[in-house]
Each structure stands twice: as structure tokens, then as C-alpha cells.
Design a protein around this ligand. Structure first.
Ligand SMILES: NC(=O)c1ccc[n+]([C@@H]2O[C@H](COP(=O)([O-])OP(=O)(O)OC[C@H]3O[C@@H](n4cnc5c(N)ncnc54)[C@H](O)[C@@H]3O)[C@@H](O)[C@H]2O)c1
Ligand SMILES: [Zn+2]
Length: 357
């Protein structure tokens, strides 16, 4: 078992990582809050598997425990689920000293986190991430949000959790495509900060605890330096600008987020290579690694389709977009681009699956 400290202006908290960490939840929750009522929020896939165990541990730690499961999936990360949570919290008369436990993937973490941020102007919550993506990324750093009809994560708050509990053993029930999706983010951390992660991923040395801990440490360092996403934290968007464009251009139905980010990382490398910033040899190394994890390296989206979507990015309203490039594996930089430069670079480098990629 190991702990990683996250030091933000809003709160100082610990991420506990280790096999069997779920069994520590009672102790962690009791330390995190003075209240003795805990409300577990989960989805209908994760809940039935893990709620009974967590319920028991929390009860043994002296909590009165309630739980609620919502239908799983990104399609439900919306205001209806949020409203449902507010109503349940209200009916149960939860107070500002009670505790919300977000048990699930990034969707549950984001919505339960936002509900915690806003119900009674903020109640304590802990993150218990159960997907690899949520363990290495979404559960740490305090970004909470819901999707709106006009865009993903459009309403939310920065609201740091009181604690995060990551148990790699829960990944045993996570379907393989979801592991691959999380691996896309793991590979992203390797690309931007620590090339040794890429080596381990390439050897398929899937020592989950150490790998999750390394990724969480990177995220914790970046969030501590830039809690509100004004500079360094943008490096975490490596592969995401074009990845999001791929997701949007295909109506969020053809590629998982991880798969789209995988293609976006290759595209960002190729742009860096065209600009003479990224070494050319990185491209085949990254592609081989993504392929090893059953992730795509190019999407079935044409240059025109991706550019059409990229142009709609609200970040252009400020004139420039901070695009993340690699100087090498492990070293990322923000590179401000104007729309016409971006257009030219995509024109020159875009790979389309089945056409030239
Ligand atoms: N807040 C942040 O900083 C941040 C960062 C990255 C992503 N996100 C958000 O996270 C979301 C994606 O997260 P996700 O990929 O975890 O999606 P998710 O929450 O939808 O989980 C994926 C699927 O896996 C299932 N699942 C989760 N853990 C399981 C387990 N242990 N066993 C069996 N099934 C399990 C879920 O029920 C779901 O069906 C997106 O909405 C994204 O915007 C947020
Ligand atoms: Zn991502």
C-alpha cells in the first residue's frame, strides 16, 4: 500500500493505492469527515459488484450507509442524473458533514463530484475509482462536471476530493477494451513526463499498482503546480485536441475516448515532426506500443472532417490554441498555434485509416 500526497490550494489529500485498498475505506472515510452518514453513488454495473463490500466496511467503521446506483455510461453524465442525486441527498437530509462516496469510473466520479461540490454549497466526498482511466486520471485533481447538449463537461467545478482510494484488484472485473482505454492515458503520461512508463507498457510489464502510482504522482505534481488549468496542466491534453475532434466527428459512437486519444497522440507526434520539434523515430515506437494494446493509430475520419470539427473548438475564440507537442518521449511543451497554421499542419500530416494510415 502506498500513499501519494496531492497538495492544492483548495485541499491537501492523499491517494491510497494498493491491492486491497478498498478494505481501508472505513478508516479513510472516518478520518476524512466528522459525520457518520455515508452516501455511496455508483452505477448499475459497478454497484452490484462492489457496494455490498463497501457498505459493510463503512458500517463497521461506524457509518450509517445509503447507496444509489444510476444507469451506467457517458450518455447519463447529465443534468438528469445530477437532479436525481440532489433529490436523494435532500430526501435523506444529508448535511454538510456527511460524506459522498463516488464509486465507479470517470462518469460517476465527475457527476457525484459535481453533486458534492454544489449540494449545500459543498459536502465532503471521496473518490473510489474503479476503471483504469479513473484511477490514473479522472479521480485525481478535482475536475468535476456534467455534459450538456452543447458539449462535454460544459458545466462543472474544481472541487478536490477529501481522499482517493485506488485498488488495482477492482480492475479484474473491468472488460479488456476498457483496460485498453485506460492504457491510452497511461501511455499519454509516459509521453509527456516519464519515458520509463512506455518501456514498461512495451514489455507488457503490467505491474498495475506501480504503474498507477507513477501516473497518479505525475498528475498530482501537475495539479499542484497548476490547479486551475491555466498552464502546465494543459500538458495533460496531449493527444486530446485531435482526439476530441475524432470523437465529435464520429458522433461519440465509433471510437472510445481512449481510442480517439491514441489516434490524437499519433497525429500530434506527426505535427511535431513536421515542425522539426519531435524526433521522427518516435512515430513508429508509439504506433507499435498502441497496437500492442489494441489501440488504433489512425481514425476513419478524413482531413476535411477533422478540420471541420477542429474549427468549432471554442479555444479559437481567444485566437490561439495551446497545442501539446513532444520534444521527445517524456518531454512535452505547449506550442501556441493559430487556426491557419493548425489547418496547414493537419493538411500536411493527417492519417486516415484505410486511406493513408
Ligand atoms: N475529471 C477528470 O479530470 C477527468 C479526466 C479524464 C476523464 N474524465 C471523464 O471520465 C469519463 C470516462 O471515464 P471511464 O472511462 O471510467 O467511464 P465510465 O465511468 O463510463 O466507466 C466505463 C465503463 O466501465 C464500467 N466499469 C467501471 N469500473 C468497472 C469495474 N471495476 N468492473 C466492471 N466494470 C466497470 C462502468 O460501469 C462503465 O460501464 C468521461 O466522462 C470523461 O470526461 C474526467
Ligand atoms: Zn483523456
Amino acid at each position: 500500500m502506498q500513499t501519494i500526497e496531492v497538495e492544492t490550494r483548495q485541499r491537501h489529500y492523499q491517494v491510497t493505492i494498493g491491492r486491497g485498498a478498498l478494505d481501508e475505506i472505513g478508516k479513510i472515510a472516518a478520518q476524512a469527515t466528522s459525520g457518520r452518514t455515508a452516501m455511496i453513488v455508483s452505477d448499475d454495473i459497478v454497484g452490484p459488484i462492489y457496494i455490498p463490500r463497501i457498505n459493510k466496511i463503512l458500517r463497521e467503521a461506524g457509518f450509517k450507509v445509503f447507496s444509489y446506483t444510476h444507469v451506467s455510461g457517458e450518455a447519463h453524465k447529465n443534468i438528469n442524473m445530477l437532479q436525481r442525486l440532489y433529490n436523494i441527498f435532500g430526501q435523506l437530509e444529508l448535511t454538510r458533514t456527511d460524506l459522498i462516496v463516488a464509486l465507479g469510473g470517470g462518469v460517476i466520479g465527475d457527476v457525484a463530484g459535481f453533486a458534492a461540490a454544489t449540494y449545500l454549497r459543498g459536502v465532503p466526498y471521496i473518490q473510489v475509482p474503479t476503471s483504469l482511466l479513473a484511477q490514473v486520471d479522472a479521480s485525481v485533481g478535482g475536475k468535476t462536471a456534467i455534459d450538456m447538449p452543447f458539449g462535454k463537461n460544459m458545466v462543472g467545478a474544481f472541487y478536490q476530493p477529501w481522499a482517493v482510494v485506488c485498488d488495482p484488484d477492482v480492475l479484474s472485473t473491468l472488460p479488456a477494451p476498457r483496460i485498453a482505454e485506460g492504457m491510452a492515458e497511461v501511455i499519454k503520461y509516459g509521453c509527456i513526463r516519464d519515458a520509463s512508463i512506455l518501456k514498461n507498457a512495451a514489455n507488457q510489464k503490467f505491474e498495475a499498482e506501480a504503474m498507477i502510482a507513477r501516473c497518479v504522482q505525475i498528475k498530482a505534481d501537475i495539479v499542484a503546480a497548476d490547479e486551475l488549468d491555466k498552464g502546465e496542466r494543459m500538458l495533460l491534453n496531449f493527444g486530446h485536441t485531435l482526439g476530441h475532434a475524432i470523437e465529435k466527428a464520429t458522433n461519440y459512437s465509433m471510437y472510445t475516448h481512449g481510442a480517439a486519444v491514441a489516434c490524437g497522440m499519433v497525429a500530434a507526434l506527426r505535427i511535431g515532426i513536421a515542425l522539426g520539434i519531435t524526433p521522427a523515430a518516435t512515430e513508429s515506437i508509439l504506433k507499435n506500443l498502441l497496437t500492442l494494446w489494441q489501440l488504433p493509430t489512425a481514425a476513419a475520419v478524413s482531413k476535411d472532417e477533422v478540420l471541420h470539427t477542429v474549427r468549432q473548438d471554442k479555444k479559437w475564440l481567444t485566437g490561439k490554441l495551446n497545442f501539446v507537442l513532444l520534444e521527445d518521449f517524456g518531454r512535452a511543451v505547449l506550442y501556441p498555434l493559430q487556426l491557419d497554421e493548425m489547418t496547414e499542419l493537419v493538411e500536411a500530416t493527417w492519417l486516415e485509416a484505410g486511406v493513408n494510415g
